[in-house]
Design a protein around this ligand. Structure first.
Ligand code: ADP
Length: 347
């Protein structure tokens, strides 16, 4: 439905209407004068539309209202109505020119989208709460399994077969504990990420991460090359967690030689791009997206344990901070993980 055009005199009395008005409402101008146009406005928007029109006339300022208007078939459509005054220096407002645009399709879509977004947010929250509660509740029975199987194991006569089975039980329990712990940490990121009003010195976040990884760095003989890093918007602990995950992966997925890991920063427009590169086994580029999904691991375990939640956590932290993360890699030569982070803004 195209737009309805109208004009009104200086006092706001409508004195001409385009043909579209008649087509939409089934009414002519003289019927409107008798009725008053406000009877066509939906009860919920009526008062504020009348108030807006009255105050526009008194002040000689533009009129705007988004309201539903009654159609000839008895239904209501959403319209965006606007009128501007034509003014004369001496006499003030002389006439009004107005337009009402049918925005029903747009409005219905917008309402549907808002409703869907709310439902999605609610189910995300539920899921988050469920993941946290499930992880929490699973810890206790698992601890019991661990303790009772240790008691049972101690009573078993030792032979090759029982030793193998015992090792499998211990491995299973340890893996389950790892998975639960990582899932809990993953689901907690939502609630503890602080947002962009705080800032962190990436140099410090990196030092904290390297301190936590001291044993792994020494054991692997990794060489760490650190370039100067900026201060950025984001939570210091979360940034440290990002480095810890990326560097521990760089060590874990190394080739035959000792890992060489370089951490660099460049500036692109208004964002800092931080990179962590390694000379490890690399990642086939068809998995460049998949590796950031929860529980996705692309290399066989082969002495490289993990839960598949490290990169998913990293991505969640970076995205919550308004940045993005990606990887470039050449299998056999190494990988470089890039992420963007906004510069620090101090109050
Ligand atoms: P995890 O390390 O627990 O397996 P992540 O979520 O940290 O899980 O990583 C997902 C997968 O991405 C890993 O299992 C591995 O296959 C691949 N990957 C991550 N980092 C690297 C890296 N630096 N070099 C090669 N592969 C990597």
């Amino acid at each position: 439905m195209p737009e309805i055009l109208f004009t009104a005199d200086a006092n706001g009395r409508i004195d001409s209407l385009s043909e579209k008005f008649h087509q939409y409402t089934g009414k002519a101008l003289h019927q409107l004068s008798a009725l008053g146009w406000s009877d066509l406005v939906h009860a919920e928007e009526k008062d504020h539309t009348i108030d807006a029109w009255k105050s526009a006339i008194v002040q000689g300022t533009e009129f705007r209202s988004t309201c539903r208007l009654l159609a000839k078939d008895g239904t209501y459509h959403w319209f965006q109505c606007r009128a501007v005054p034509m003014q004369d220096k001496r006499r003030g407002t002389v006439r009004w020119f107005g337009v009402c645009a049918d925005i029903d399709d747009h409005k219905t879509l917008e309402d549907k989208l808002a409703e869907q977004t709310e439902t999605l947010a609610r189910s995300n929250e539920d899921l988050q709460r469920f993941a946290y509660a499930a992880g929490h509740d699973l810890q206790e029975p698992l601890r019991a399994i661990g303790i009772f199987s240790e008691m049972l194991i101690r009573k078993q006569p030792k032979n090759d077969e029982s030793s193998y089975l015992i090792a499998q039980i211990r491995r299973g329990v340890a893996r389950m504990q790892d998975l639960i712990q990582s899932s809990l940490e993953f689901s907690r990121i939502v609630t503890i990420t602080a947002g962009t009003e705080c800032f962190s010195r990436l140099e410090d976040s990196l030092s904290d991460a390297l301190w936590s990884l001291k044993a792994a760095v020494e054991e692997s003989g990794a060489q760490i090359i650190r370039d100067p890093l900026p201060e950025v918007a984001g939570d210091q602990v979360m940034m440290s967690r990002v480095f810890q995950n990326l560097i521990s992966n760089a060590i874990k997925f190394c080739s035959t030689g000792p890992p060489v890991i370089r951490i660099q920063a460049t500036r692109e427009g208004n964002a800092n791009v931080i990179s962590v590169s390694d000379n490890g086994i690399g990642i086939p580029m068809q998995f460049a997206e998949t590796i950031f999904e929860p529980f996705r691991r692309i290399h066989s375990d082969n002495g490289r344990p993990g839960t598949g939640l490290g990169l998913a956590s990293v991505r969640r932290i970076i995205e919550q901070n308004g940045g993005r993360i990606w990887v470039e890699s050449e299998p056999g030569l190494g990988s470089t993980f890039f992420f963007t982070v906004k510069p620090a803004v101090r109050a």
